[in-house]
Design a binder for this molecule. Sequence first.
Ligand code: 5GP
Length: 175
Amino acid sequence: MKIKDLEFKKFITADRIEKKVAALAKHIDKDYKDKSPVFLPVLNGSFMFAADLLKEVTIPCRVSFVKISSYAGTASTGQLKSLIGHDESLFGTDIIIVEDIVDTGLTLQKVSDELKGLGAKSVEAVSLLRKQPAREKNIDIKYIGFELEQEFVVGYGLDYDGLGRNLKDIYSRVG
Ligand code: 5GP
């Protein structure tokens, strides 16, 4: 499959994603059974994962969104832009950051530090995908769906220059 100038192949099917999302939700339900956490999806990439995950979560919870972006094309710029954020008081709450993918971990660290500064009671993260740099740096992510190496992926919320977010499977770049 081609998106703009790049070639992609199917990498993780919608069926596998669905099963993994259900398992992650079950794990969260169990760990937070006497709590009422706030889920904080990091837009844009996590919108699809967050929607599917939250449909499977059964504990009482709230949802609020942050928007942050460090990617231009297929590489992290290292500079984080445009944080639209936390519109309700998060003081004293148990927060679960919802990420589509953690690569360098910069985004997650920034959001997590900010939340701790706002007086959150606890801050954990769930990410559908984790890349090798995050693994190497031991970035703290309590719930992880799939482990990747360095491949660039699109689909299921993830984009290449704005395209491909609507695909229900995850594709990886060829070549
Ligand atoms: P980090 O700050 O961990 O380096 O990057 C996190 C953000 O970069 C993710 O939320 C995602 O938007 C973007 N990102 C990282 N790796 C990929 C990838 O393989 N494909 C796409 N489409 N975005 C990625």
